[in-house]
Write a protein that binds this ligand. Structure first.
Ligand SMILES: [Zn+2]
Length: 705
């Protein structure tokens, strides 16, 4: 008898050692038996393997936009199992009978019910979009296949899960308490099956806190399941606009780890140490492998929480790569946008992923700038504003000078820009299937794309003919337009008062284009394209703010009152809630750009109602909504004095110098340094600056109250 047991033990042991992969493979394969196509009528966002336990079961075809494009993940955790699906609609009444969705669903429940309990419980007590009450077709199909299905309408407790083979959670939006999460973890570890359905883009669009706050992710991450907000689309293999999923386990399981992706990047780079840009053009296999590895790194830092350890791995991987191949990856070489476009885009992608990998600190910003080989205004724009210019190293001195001044003039609190691309310098994005401009370069923070024409080649009047021409080159008219798309999207949309007032202004102005400050558009344009309203005002305001005011007053005097309301909205926006001033800008055909603070006042309701410019004070009477009902002018003293900075003027490279501006009651201080780094004191009235070689040392302070 002893021998018998001993033999059995050894056999079992050998089977586990040699056959782990096979055992799991057989298990995962049963999930997709008889399944050729999975589809939902809604747009799915990709899942992401949060740790090495999660295996992709259903993925998009190789040409789907975004990578990876995972529709289903499965994992084994302790004695139990878990499955995540990227859209709860796939098992809803509308879609469950489509294609092979039902077969897939029954496979999943069968695979998860390890102990053959035939007992399914559906959570309904946490705002689940797919719940016991509305999943009627799923329930009747489970019942006709021998399952008993019960409703869990309250807290998730160990008692409620006792004897149940599968717990289904269909996109819950309300908090699952720590105690409930622990119950679920213990349930799976001890042999339970967990089916989770979620929808990343939807959560992020309607809730605060991002992906890390998504209740599905708080539970799913324990089992390697993580929902992202990166949408999956497939131009060639779709029905009603949504992708048909036709790639299944085991072909689906090629999704990599960060380690795999890094190895792949290093291996390909070292194989072609001198001609990689050319190889990427001619060898489709190398190109696809290289790009997908970089996109996996991108997705890791785009979707995982800021404290996830994989982010450090991404950072280290790229730091080593750039240092090992500086000629390839640092700023400097201009790649041919026609014959080396793939590598031109990839270098910018590497810069962004590297910069996005870890939360930024002052020393981290300096380290990144040094590794990327940034100098001159590239350095200044990165270290002051943490904006990368994705320009294939091709912008000229004047273009970079303008951009430095522009970013110096826009309050940083108004935008969350991380990258500004100039796609014309980069050529066609790597392949259309990986996403259009500037999708290839996206991250958690915002990106914009703008024109890169040589300054002086495209002068354009930004104003209608009621006022003298206000000519700016397209380079310096388009850039503030694009920046203000982000001000709109990030700042205004995030502020209920500003957002509601913007909607009201468009509604008041209606379809008549002459009711808009930016009237050089077709009738009905802003009603149909409200997202262009703020950005289009910037075309005028950033070229000549005073001329925009003149235009608004001319229209007001002719009986069209709306443009003046729009002007004051923009002036108020750029005042950054200051009680004393706002910002006026001026620019010309050579993109010579300047801004100044102008005195402004507020009424008892804290609304901007006066501006003093060039010794004329404009006083506005506002109604309850903030619309101008009358205005007067009188003479005034220009009341803003530029802040004074005290400190050493003659400086040496690598020296540390201290600079001070007088304190202002309730003031905040934004220091902007060119050719140096702020070592300490940002936000206070005294800073220490370390000067570096590379560009003209300049120091500015913006004092706001
Ligand atoms: Zn636009």
């Amino acid at each position: 008898m002893n021998t018998f047991y001993r033999t059995l033990f050894l056999l079992t042991c050998l089977l586990l050692i040699n056959g782990t992969g096979n055992v799991l493979a057989q298990n995962y394969s049963s999930l997709v038996t008889g399944v050729n196509t999975v589809w939902t009528s809604g747009l799915p966002s990709s899942l992401f393997p949060y740790n090495g336990n999660a295996t992709p079961i259903v993925v998009g075809n190789p040409n789907t936009a975004s990578y990876p494009s995972i529709f289903a993940l499965a994992s084994v955790s302790g004695a139990g199992r878990a499955v995540g699906l990227a859209h709860e609609g796939v098992l809803g009444n509308n879609d469950i009978s489509q294609y092979n969705n039902l077969t897939f669903a029954l496979n999943i429940f069968n695979w998860l019910d390890i102990n053959n309990t035939n007992q399914v419980v559906i959570a309904s007590g946490h705002g689940e979009w797919l719940n016991y009450n509305n999943a009627t077709t799923l329930r009747s199909n489970l019942q006709s296949n021998g399952y008993t299905v019960t409703n869990l309408n309250g807290s998730i407790t160990a008692a409620a899960l006792m004897g149940k083979g599968v717990l289904m959670i269909g996109n819950g939006w309300q908090t699952y308490t720590n105690a409930e999460q622990l119950v679920i973890q213990n349930y799976v570890q001890s042999g339970g099956g967990l089916l989770m359905l979620g929808l990343g883009w939807s959560w992020v669009s309607y809730n605060s806190g991002g992906l890390a706050a998504y209740p599905m992710n708080q539970i799913g991450s324990m089992f390697g399941l993580y929902w992202t907000d990166t949408n999956i689309s497939d131009a060639t293999n779709q029905a009603n606009g949504q992708p048909l999923f036709t790639t299944f386990y085991p072909a689906s399981a090629t999704a990599m780890t960060v380690g795999d992706a890094c190895s792949q990047i290093e291996s390909i780079t070292s194989t072609y140490p001198t001609n990689l840009p050319d190889v990427l053009q001619s060898n489709a296999t190398v190109r696809t492998n290289y790009i997908t590895a970089h996109l996996f790194m991108k997705e890791t830092v785009k979707v995982l929480p800021t404290d996830h350890p994989l982010r450090q791995e991404v950072f280290d991987c790229y730091q080593n790569l750039i240092n090992a191949y500086p000629a390839y990856f640092r700023k400097g070489v201009v790649y041919n946008p026609t014959t080396q476009n793939n590598f031109a885009w990839i270098r910018e992608r590497v810069h962004r992923t590297y910069a996005d990998a870890l939360p930024l600190t002052p020393s981290g910003i300096t380290q990144i700038g040094n590794t990327l080989g940034l100098s001159g205004r590239y350095w200044d724009i990165w270290t002051n504003f943490t904006v990368l210019l994705a320009d294939n190293s091709a912008l000229d001195t004047d273009q970079k000078e303008y951009l430095y001044k522009l970013y110096s003039a826009v309050p940083p609190a108004l935008h969350n820009l991380r990258l500004m691309s100039f796609a014309d310098e980069l050529g066609t994005p790597p392949t259309a299937s990986f996403g259009a401009i500037p999708t290839f370069l996206t991250g958690t923070l915002s990106s914009i794309n703008s024109f890169s024409n040589t300054i002086g080649t495209y002068p354009e009047n930004q104003f209608p003919n009621e006022v003298p021409a206000g000519i700016a080159d397209v380079f310096c008219a388009a850039a503030p337009h694009e920046v203000n798309h982000i001000v709109d999207y990030y700042y205004i949309e995030g502020n209920a008062t500003l957002k509601n007032r913007k909607t009201q202004l468009i509604s008041q102005a209606g379809s008549d284009n002459m009711n808009y400050l930016r009237s050089t558009v077709a009738s009905g344009f802003f009603v149909a394209n409200p997202q262009e309203f703020i950005a289009s005002i910037a075309n005028e305001y950033f070229v000549d703010s005073k001329k925009a005011l003149d235009l608004a007053l001319i229209r007001y005097n002719s009986g069209r009152t709306q443009p003046l309301n729009q002007f004051l909205y923009f002036a108020d926006l750029y005042s950054q809630n200051s009680l004393y001033h706002t910002r006026f800008y001026a620019c010309n055909a050579n993109c010579n750009f300047s801004y100044q603070q102008v005195a402004a006042g507020r009424d008892a309701n804290n609304r901007l109602n006066s501006i003093c410019y060039n010794n004329t004070q404009y006083n506005f009477t506002l109604d309850n909504d903030g619309n101008v009902t009358s205005y007067t002018t009188n003479s005034c003293n220009n009341c803003i004095s530029e802040p004074i900075i005290s400190g050493t003027i003659d400086v040496c490279a690598n020296s540390n110098n201290t600079y001070t501006t007088p304190t202002v009651a309730g003031g905040t201080y934004q220091w902007i340094v060119g050719g140096g780094v702020i070592v300490s004191g940002q936000g206070t009235n005294t800073v220490m600056v370390q000067w570096i070689n590379g560009s003209t040392p300049t120091l500015q302070v913006v004092v706001s109250q």
